[in-house]
Design a binder for this molecule. Structure first.
Ligand code: ADP
Length: 433
């Protein structure tokens, strides 16, 4: 059992790469913290700094209130489970789990008790005499967990432990690890690039990008109140729909979101939440309107009850997933038709502009022109330039480090001065896609 405090932590590799910037996080005892983000965002580096496998370039790391920057990994009371579980192939399951304790010269009886207890918790009792090659992937991963459990560490660090397993086994191991966390009542820190793992396992999620924390919150809070465009797009599948928009206020004081030649009403309860309305209303300042696929409805009853938020689209592809159906839609705009000159548009140009996740019993078909109603109270608004949410008062504990904003401002300034860099960056982004 342990609490951790990471304070203004930086990691600069000898090569000059700054992998982690200004990482500040308070982790309470017994939390299940997940670091999530795209590959290369600094998750593993942060975890390895906690483990002591990587030197901390700047900042302070406390475990249970004790500064441990210079404490050896073996003295940090931490156990780490890796993606590549690297069991000793010539040893039995029992010996694999006992090995670390033997090295520590623990008494035989104590080792035996701990190994058996771990085997019981993990359902490995029938396999104790087997060698790793006679185990399934899931069983091997459990042995790797067992090796960590027998040490009774204060903190468990897990680095993508499930990514070598197939989808079904991954789902099963996910629940097993969650159960293990409840059972051991110990602090867990888990690294993954998989947002489903993050959402299902974490008590709190730390979303990272380019070495910076983007937001820290409980899974549902992150999902409902993303603090910026990146978090909004990263958490949730299919990803949130984004539309370039502006906000209009009419003579009656009603506020509308205008996008793709369409206009939907923001109810007062929602428009009252806009931070600095004078900056956005009737100023033409670009915003991004975000709507999750499940907040778009094709049922008639919903459409009839939401007349102010209905948009018309053409269905491009219908994907029946069994439990739900995805509608890939495009906006049928007059100008686009004119541009076509009666020719068939190329497939590449014909990009999906919107995805709706609807009931699997929908009768909507491909090529149909349909209406979709937006569940507007669950929609999102972001400043196009800063990419931060412009909605407030929704109870989020959103945390966006000031340094990240400063970095973005500096980057924008540089790009304005050197337009050729912008081109390079756009090319690189396209390539990474
Ligand atoms: P993630 O775990 O999120 O995929 P990492 O923490 O592994 O990301 O890496 C973060 C950044 O640091 C990446 O740009 C990566 O290339 C770089 N990096 C990782 N390890 C090293 C290293 N040993 N030397 C130099 N750069 C590294």
């Amino acid at each position: 059992m342990a609490s951790l405090l990471l304070k203004d932590i930086y990691k600069v590799y000898p090569s000059g790469v700054t992998a982690v910037t200004d990482f500040t996080l308070d982790i309470e005892d017994k939390e299940f913290i997940v670091f999530v983000g795209p590959s290369g965002c600094g998750k593993s580096t942060t975890l390895r700094m906690i483990a002591g496998l990587e030197e901390i370039s700047d900042g302070e790391l406390y475990i249970d209130g004790k500064l441990v920057n210079n404490v050896q990994p073996k003295d940090r009371d931490i156990a780490m489970v890796f993606q590549n579980y690297a069991l000793y192939p010539h040893m039995t399951v029992y010996d694999n789990m006992a090995f670390g304790l033997k090295l520590r010269k623990k008494p035989k009886a104590e080792i035996d008790e701990k190994v058996k207890e771990a085997a019981r918790i993990l359902g490995l009792e029938p396999y104790l005499t087997r060698k790793p090659k006679a185990l399934s992937g899931g069983q091997r991963q459990r042995v790797a967990l067992g090796r960590a459990i027998v040490r009774e560490p204060k903190v468990f660090l897990l680095d993508e432990p499930l990514s070598n397993l197939d989808a079904k086994l991954r789902a099963q191991m996910r629940t097993e690890i969650t159960k293990l966390h409840h059972r051991l009542a110990t602090t867990f820190i888990y690294v993954t690039h998989d947002q489903v793992e993050a959402m299902t396992m974490g008590t709190r999620i730390v979303v990272m990008k380019d070495g910076y924390i983007q937001q820290v919150d409980a899974p549902q809070m992150l999902y409902d109140y993303p603090a910026n465009l990146f978090v909004a797009g990263f958490i949730g599948t299919p990803q949130m729909n984004f539309f370039d928009a502006v906000l209009i206020k009419d003579a009656d004081g009603k506020v509308y979101v205008e996008f793709e030649g369409r206009k939907v009403l923001l109810p007062k309860a929602k428009s009252d939440k806009i931070i600095n309305p004078e900056e956005y209303l009737n100023t033409g300042k670009p915003v991004v309107f975000g709507v999750r696929p499940e907040d778009l409805h094709d049922e008639e009853s919903f459409i009839n009850n939401s007349k102010d938020t209905v948009i018309d689209v053409r269905v491009d592809v219908v994907e029946k997933l069994g439990a739900e159906t995805l509608l890939y839609c495009v906006f049928n705009n007059k100008e686009d038709e004119d541009e076509q000159d009666g020719k068939v548009k190329s497939l590449v140009e014909n990009v999906t502009q919107l995805i709706a996740k609807v009931d699997s019993r929908t009768t909507t078909q491909r090529d149909q022109n349909i209406n979709l109603a937006i569940d507007i109270m669950h929609s999102h608004l972001f400043d196009k330039e800063t990419e931060l949410t412009i909605l407030d008062g929704e109870g989020t504990k959103a945390y966006v480090p000031v340094k990240e904003l400063e970095r973005r401002a500096k980057e924008a300034e540089e790009l304005a001065l050197h337009p050729e860099l912008a081109e390079k960056k756009a090319k690189k982004a396209k390539k990474n896609k």
